[in-house]
Design a protein around this ligand. Structure first.
Ligand code: CA
Ligand code: CA
Ligand code: CA
Length: 371
């Protein structure tokens, strides 16, 4: 929801209360669908491959952002994390079944990095933006057992933590959290001698207005941030670069209809693709970003198939290239605003979940180069 829309809903609520007198409930913006009454998206059609079980919170904006982990030594072992922004952190298997839930409150965006050193050995560091406790909620997943445990909170001076992404720079595990006021905090996280998390702030940025989606290209040392109503920006991950940035794409535009929501990267051999949720028309814009400057490659939308409904109004998404379970070239996991009853096209939001999409279907639909 944009600040302008928040104000509009606030005014609408005031008018309703004025007209109806005391006792009329205010409109909660989280109960208003992000699908904008769209039955399907405006991009090149791609068939959905599967879906997760719905999150438990119903009739509200709930499911928000996923993150994929795959065992580097066995692509059949994978975990999909997904937030319920009213309730906590889910984990799913590749069939979409819930394998765990940590009831940890208002977690919005989630990301992870492998190989995090602790006294007990390497763990997967998982972080989620926490709008209730105001910071980055931290978790450790044991890659041997696939069990995830809460590990503490990196408290941040953000008015409302919103987007979150993670990166690696040298030995450093970097967590970036941005806020609804466009403020960004970049911290470096490590395990202290006592086993508790230690974090130090590396940089703070002001993007301009409400920000959310972000993603880090560890290989190139690049941080992409989406300013919901205006643009996708590219910063260097190195904090010495300060606030220097370059424009990737502006909005509203042919490519992006606000809100600009989730951002993710997919590595396919030597190629790296940046994928952005164009929430305003339920599409996903794709750029090739391994060269000197981003090269736009097209837009897709995800349609119903195999008894699974299509995707509209996406908040967060994640993608990973290479073999993952039954997906030989890569997998996208994408939040769906309306997990429709009976799988029919619908804009009536009762529950939300995450959809699975085969990267081959996207690559074929957009005619992306094989090599
Ligand atoms: Ca939403
Ligand atoms: Ca749907
Ligand atoms: Ca469904």
């Amino acid at each position: 929801m944009t600040p302008a829309l928040r104000i509009a809903f606030g005014l609408a609520a005031v008018l309703l209360i004025t007209a109806a007198g005391a006792g009329c409930a205010a409109v909660d913006p989280e109960t208003v669908s992000d699908s904008a009454k769209m039955l399907k998206g405006a991009g090149t059609p791609v068939a959905v491959a599967g879906e997760t079980q719905a999150v438990a919170t119903q009739s509200a904006d709930a499911a928000d952002d996923p993150a994929i982990w795959v065992d580097p030594t066995n692509p059949a072992r994978a975990v999909i994390f997904g937030t319920d922004k009213q309730a906590g952190l889910y984990s799913y298997d590749l069939a979409g079944a819930i394998t765990g839930f940590i009831p940890d409150g208002r977690l919005n965006n989630v990301d992870l990095r492998d190989g995090f050193p602790t006294a007990s050995g390497q763990r997967v560091l998982v972080a989620a933006s926490d709008r209730g406790r105001l910071g980055a909620a931290l978790y450790l997943m044991d890659p041997a057992t696939l069990k995830t445990t809460p590990w503490g909170l990196a408290k941040l001076d953000l008015a409302e933590p919103y987007g979150l992404c993670m990166g690696r720079r040298g030995d450093g595990f970097i967590v970036i959290v941005n806020g609804t006021d466009g403020q960004v905090r970049q911290i470096r996280v490590a395990a202290g001698a006592d086993g508790a998390p230690l974090w130090t702030e590396e940089r703070r940025l002001s993007v301009g207005s409400q920000t959310k989606g972000c993603v880090v290209d560890d290989q190139k040392g690049v941080l992409y941030i989406g300013e919901e109503n205006r643009a996708i920006w590219r910063y260097a991950l190195d904090p010495a670069s300060g606030s220097a940035r370059a424009l990737v794409a502006a909005a509203p535009s042919q490519m992006l209809k606000p809100d600009i929501e989730g951002l993710t990267l997919l590595r396919d051999g030597a190629k790296t693709w940046l994928i952005a949720s164009s929430q305003g028309d339920s599409a996903f814009a794709v750029w090739r970003v391994d060269g000197a400057a981003p090269v736009y490659a097209g837009r897709f939308s995800v349609m119903a198939a195999r008894g699974v409904d299509g995707i509209t109004g996406t908040d967060g998404l994640d993608a990973m290239g290479g073999a993952i379970g039954s997906f030989p070239k890569g997998l996208l996991v994408i939040q769906d605003d309306v997990d429709s009853e009976g799988e029919a096209l619908s804009t009536t939001r009762q529950r939300q979940n995450f959809k699975l999409v085969d990267w081959r279907a996207v690559s074929d639909a957009l005619g992306l180069p094989e090599r």
